[in-house]
Design a protein around this ligand. Structure first.
Ligand code: FES
Ligand SMILES: [Fe+2]
Length: 380
């Protein structure tokens, strides 16, 4: 039953993405609310691809850690004593409690259940009252490691031993925004949220700026000009679109000391969607991002962070500018939350039908094609 439900949803995705972009429609509703399709996504997308847990600069000191769930696997990412970032299974090797929770800094990893204690390299340092079990030897125990890589300041993990590294997978992104020098952006805020919508509804909301004038009428809508948005065709591993900004927000412009960006680039914002779920707004002066992971069909877990380009580090007014911007971003997010939760409620209804896409929704079409390619790869 479960199996045939998944197959029916896959057929719907294939039929949807067979249409050329010129005739494309939004994805069928069952792709968002079906439990069976979420299971496929966890198995064939989230367990196979790179998931971003945030910025390396946020894990600066030895013992700094962050935790997450990736396709059902609890994971910790921790900076070890030698300064390397490592990821481990966040599951105790005794009776399998999860170990670390949230984010923080620690000298060693102590299980909250019986205090088996691990070093920052995952080896077992000690365990109370285990001397009488003849089979127990602490040297036999080490937390399974998980692949973890840094790329342009982003920290990615994957459960897939064979995945090509982010530097290869996203090589074209690197050249596309080379002048922004993304490594050089420092995170100054990080939050986690859960919204009542499907992860793809939120991802697609990010990928199109068609909704800005209306959904964001109360904040940035008036500044958004549909005719200044450019949506090039997507690539296999990502899509993007760009917006030109005027100088009403100084930190959205290249800093005068930045001689890497020329002409219109100096006021161009890139909206990058790195599949499956890292969504980056990159302006010459600041950035913010969402990294998404589904919890249920109708709930998405969001890692939300941002900060400024180091070009602005010594600029007196910039920090104040950024604080004001964060307040604005929060208001924008309230609007996005309203719109994406409304979409989820709507698409769960019996009379929900996907309509045609605007040319400004080109990235959404490419995202659907990406999902289809992932699913087809698994069927092959
Ligand atoms: S489950 Fe971790 S110490 Fe017992
Ligand atoms: Fe929005």
């Amino acid at each position: 039953m479960q199996h045939s439900a998944a197959l029916a949803v896959l057929d719907a995705l294939r039929a949807n993405t067979d249409a050329p972009f010129e005739r494309a429609r939004a994805m069928p509703p069952e792709l968002y609310h079906s439990e069976a399709f979420l299971k496929l996504e966890l198995e064939h997308v989230f367990a196979r691809e790179w998931y971003c847990i945030g910025r390396a600069s946020a894990l600066g000191e030895p013992g700094s850690y962050v935790t997450c769930d990736l396709a059902g696997q609890p994971v910790m990412v921790i900076r070890d004593r030698d300064g390397a970032l490592r990821a481990f299974s966040n599951v105790c090797l005794h009776r399998m409690s999860t170990l670390l929770h949230g984010r923080g800094r620690t000298r060693s990893i102590v299980c909250p259940y019986h205090a088996w204690t691990y070093n920052l390299d995952g080896s077992l340092r000690g365990a109370p009252a285990m001397t009488l079990n003849e089979g127990f030897c602490k040297e036999d125990y080490a937390l399974p490691s998980i692949r973890c890589e840094e790329w342009l300041g982003w920290v990615f993990i994957t459960l897939n031993r064979e995945a090509e590294p982010p530097s290869v997978r996203f090589a074209e992104v690197e050249s596309l925004v080379a002048g922004y020098d993304m490594t050089n952006y420092t995170e100054s805020f990080f939050e986690e949220h859960v919204w009542e919508t499907n992860w793809k509804v939120l991802a697609e909301n990010f990928m199109e700026s068609y909704h800005l004038p209306v959904c964001h009428a109360g904040t940035i809508g008036g500044l958004s000009k549909l005719e200044e948005m450019v949506c090039p065709p997507g690539r296999p591993a990502f899509n993007y679109h760009t917006i030109l900004k005027d100088d009403s927000l100084r930190i959205a412009m290249a800093h005068p000391s930045n001689d890497r960006l020329k002409g219109d680039e100096r006021r161009t914002t890139f909206l990058l969607a790195l599949y499956p779920s890292l969504l980056i707004t990159l302006t010459p002066g600041y950035f913010w991002y969402l990294s998404l992971h589904p919890r249920t069909p109708g709930q998405v877990h969001i890692r939300f962070g941002g900060g400024m380009s180091d070009d602005y580090r010594d600029d007196a007014g910039a920090q104040q500018n950024f604080t004001a911007l964060k307040t604005l971003l929060d208001a924008v997010n309230v609007e996005d939350r309203g719109c994406t939760e409304k979409v989820y409620r709507g698409l769960c209804s019996g009379l929900a039908r996907p309509g045609h896409l605007s040319h400004l929704e080109r990235p959404n079409y490419d995202f659907a094609r990406y999902l289809r390619a992932r699913m087809d790869a698994m069927a092959a």
